[in-house]
Design a protein around this ligand. Structure first.
Ligand code: ZN
Length: 126
C-alpha cells in the first residue's frame, strides 16, 4: 500500500472547505430563486399594465438569462463538490483523475473540488 498523502486533519480541512462552499452555493441559489420569483411576479403586473415599458422588459430578460446561467454554473460546481467529497471518502482525493499524479496542495487550497492537476486542465483547454 502506498503511503497516505494527507494527514487526517488536513483532509478534514479540505472537507470543511468543500462543505462551506456547498452551503454558500445553496444559500446563494436560494436567494437567487427568491429574486427570480419577485422579478417574475412584477413582470406579470407590468406586462398587463404598461405594455410600452420595453426597456424594463429587456432588463428583465437579461436578469433572467444571467440567473439561469448562474444556476447552471452552481449546479455544475455542486456536482464537483459532491464528487470531491466522494473522493475523500474513497481516499483518492487530491489525485489527478487524468494522469494520476498528485494535485499540488496550493491548487487544492485555492480550488478544493479540483479534479485535475493544472497541466491536465490546461490540456483539456479550460
Ligand atoms: Zn494531471
Amino acid at each position: 500500500m502506498k503511503k497516505k498523502r494527507f494527514k487526517k486533519d488536513e483532509i478534514l480541512g479540505f472537507e470543511r472547505a468543500l462543505l462551506a462552499e456547498k452551503r454558500r452555493i445553496l444559500k446563494e441559489r436560494d436567494f437567487n430563486r427568491k429574486v427570480m420569483d419577485s422579478v417574475g411576479s412584477q413582470a406579470t403586473g407590468d406586462l398587463s399594465a404598461h405594455r410600452s415599458l420595453t426597456a424594463d422588459q429587456g432588463t428583465e430578460n437579461y436578469q433572467r438569462e444571467h440567473a439561469s446561467r448562474m444556476r447552471s454554473l452552481e449546479t455544475k460546481t455542486l456536482r464537483e463538490i459532491s464528487d470531491a467529497l466522494d473522493r475523500i471518502s474513497k481516499g483518492t482525493y487530491g489525485t489527478c483523475e487524468k494522469c494520476g499524479k498528485p494535485i499540488p496542495r496550493a491548487r487544492l487550497k485555492a480550488v478544493p473540488h479540483a479534479r485535475f492537476c493544472m497541466k491536465c486542465m490546461k490540456a483539456a483547454g479550460r
